[in-house]
Ligand binder design. Structure first.
Ligand code: FPP
Length: 254
């Protein structure tokens, strides 16, 4: 590709590609950012370099969602199972989340991003909890894209804590069991108030949900690409959205 055509492609990808129908874009995209370790290994680098590059990918996807008109992005940054990784990698990730939050807060404000975290946040290092609180409070009223980061998140754990919370209210006489419906249940999830993802993207080829948003992805369209997360770019996102727009979303109807 010539330098001129590379520039042309970059400019083209700044706006919604013309073959995509703005009216049928997913409102909410969720991503399982898999393949950072493999990306690093392929280059003879330590795994943490893959995570570092993964942050750049996530930042650009967030901007791309904003540029193209997607209203919400949710990213799976750390699962409840990820504590089982080597201690150095877990420590690196916790420090990385903290540093990124501190460094990016000003930019999130100028770009009107509203950040939110879902997961069992009390189990995170207290310095990270402080950065999370600060970022969430500071960006709370921003009118732009909703960016949700799933950290120490597990779908089953989320459902269990919702059950516990509802059961406690039933015990206290605040809720009658006959009132428990989908809407009430959703109000007890970490994601209360958010729309469900319309499209779930998983990178690096694995055909699994991996305990991510189990309740919320009930009707999401799934898109899996072999591309490793650090290599997932706007052209890849374009492909995912094209595939999404070719799907016939029936929500169980005919
Ligand atoms: C999965 O790849 C990736 C992770 C567990 C971490 C993802 C986190 C980031 C990209 C940082 C996000 C930062 C913020 C502030 C939200 P893997 O390590 O499982 O890759 P592998 O399957 O190739 O080993």
């Amino acid at each position: 590709m010539t330098a001129q055509s590379i520039t042309a492609q970059q400019t083209y990808l700044q706006v919604l590609p013309p073959d995509l129908d703005r009216a049928r874009l997913p409102k909410h995209v969720a991503v399982i950012m898999d393949g950072n370790g493999r990306w690093a290994k392929q280059r003879g680098l330590p795994r943490i370099m893959g995570h570092r590059r993964g942050v750049d990918t996530l930042k650009d996807l967030l901007r791309c969602c904003r540029d193209w008109g997607v209203e919400a992005l949710t990213a799976y940054a750390f699962s409840t199972e990820n504590w089982g990784r080597p201690l150095e990698e877990v420590d690196f990730l916790m420090t990385l989340f903290e540093r990124v939050l501190r460094q990016e807060l000003r930019e999130m404000m100028s770009e009107n991003v509203r950040i939110q975290f879902v997961g069992n946040l009390q189990a995170l290092p207290s310095s990270l909890q402080d950065e999370i609180t600060k970022a969430v409070e500071t960006t709370r009223n921003n009118p732009g894209i909703q960016f949700t980061v799933a950290t120490n998140y597990g779908g089953r754990q989320e459902i269990l804590q919702a059950c516990r919370s509802i059961a406690t209210k039933v015990q206290q006489g605040l809720i009658d069991p006959s009132e428990i419906d989908e809407a009430l249940f959703e109000r007890h999830l970490y994601t209360a108030g958010n729309s469900d993802p319309d499209l779930l993207i998983r990178t690096s080829g694995e055909m699994r949900i991996s305990n991510f948003l189990l309740w919320q992805v009930a009707y999401a369209e799934l898109y899996v690409t072999d591309t490793l997360w650090p290599d997932f770019n706007r052209a890849e996102f374009h492909q995912a959205l094209s595939a999404y727009q070719q799907r016939d979303r029936r929500f169980g109807k005919v």
